[in-house]
Design a protein around this ligand. Sequence first.
Ligand code: ADP
Ligand code: ADP
Length: 217
Amino acid sequence: MIQFQQVTKRYPGGFDAIKQLSFEIQDGELVFLAGHSGAGKSTLLKLIAGIERPTAGSVLVNNQNLARMRRASLPYVRRHIGLIFQDHKILFDRSVYDNVRLPLDIIGFGHQEGHRRVLAALDKVGLSGKDKLNPVSLSGGEQQRLCIARAVVHRPSILLADEPTANLDRDYAQDILQLFKSFHQVGVTLVISAHDENLMADYGRRILRLKHGQFTA
Ligand code: ADP
Ligand code: ADP
């Protein structure tokens, strides 16, 4: 479960990107996060991931309070989280395979099992057979799917995606959302942000709407 209790995030300079926000997301839920640019969507996702710490209030992820946790313990929480952020951070000095493999190497996965996982993740996102390529030769959409493969290869229980459909045409955006839906179907908790609410409407899921760091109706 993800639980925010009266969370405020003030950035250096004094700007409150998130203001006294309280909500819960249950295990296995698929929740959309809507709001214009600057509403606080990325900040909220970073708070769940432990990339940012709350200035006030508490952020609980699987019953652990990230606000109180020692920095050294955060990597253990992050193992249960998969991140798809806008700044892809694809490494262009290595193959598609090695990009997806990286998180497993960091965790210290066994070689055989790691290999199987990488191929399964690439298959899942439709990139089988492209494993030996350099990511430069992938299309924008394929790079997006590479990021998704890399985010799920360690089988996280929580998947956070920051505007994964931005800059994609509508059909392709729907494909990406279908892919997320398939993770939802195997029990993964998903929080997906987007500024285009039309895309979310078809899914009949809960939509959290942010404006100036607070929820609106
Ligand atoms: P969104 O994802 O909805 O576009 P963000 O969470 O990125 O919103 O940003 C919310 C507000 O916080 C914006 O006004 C932005 O300028 C500000 N902000 C975001 N990151 C930082 C930062 N590292 N330092 C200072 N201000 C920031
Ligand atoms: P595997 O071969 O690793 O068991 P599957 O063939 O069962 O994988 O397909 C499940 C796909 O969904 C895998 O690519 C896996 O990376 C991805 N996935 C991500 N998160 C999870 C999860 N929590 N449970 C199951 N599969 C997950």
